[in-house]
Ligand binder design. Sequence first.
Ligand code: CTP
Ligand code: MG
Length: 182
Amino acid sequence: MAGLVGLVAGALWAILPAYVPNNAAVLAGGGTPIDGGRTWGDGRVLGDGKTWRGTAVGTAVGVALALGLNAVAGPVGAVAGVDLPAFPPPAALGLALGAMLGDIGASFLKRRSGRERGASFPGLDQLDFVVGALVLALVLAPAWTLVTFTPGRLAVVLVATPLLHLGTNVIAYLLGVKNEPW
Ligand code: CTP
Ligand code: MG
């Protein structure tokens, strides 16, 4: 049981810098869309929901969170009796920017498949940012990513993320800061 708690705690801690960027972007979004209004085929390349400001603020918040977690990992881990990973700057950037890029990639695919801004794409919506984060972390901090995301932690992340994502989006929807509950 203690082993499972440690596994889940370590996994969620390690992926936390990838969880916050999209939520920060929801609050910070607006302004110039990344695609500049351009279209591809009969749809927008990305749509008005992907903006420079949302992406920049989301990435910055994710990196700041990772560096903040570094400062408290020692004491929190000691009190809780679990092993919590620290984030070297390239890993922090990889997780945060990767989460934003995964979400942007998903919007690209949504527009190509005829889905308007805000339309849901079950599966993609819940995992796009985690896949983007892990891939960019692997590119920018390969050794750290392989050591940190053990198969066990990876399994926890892939199971817990869709549930947590749905939960936070329903809350954001109920609070009125998001237009759809996904
Ligand atoms: N947002 C942003 N920039 C990003 C991601 C999100 O500005 N890179 C902001 C936008 O205001 C967006 C809101 O966060 O409307 C919600 O994000 P998301 O659900 O990802 O966008 P949608 O508007 O639903 O558009 P899409 O269908 O492309 O996902
Ligand atoms: Mg959306």
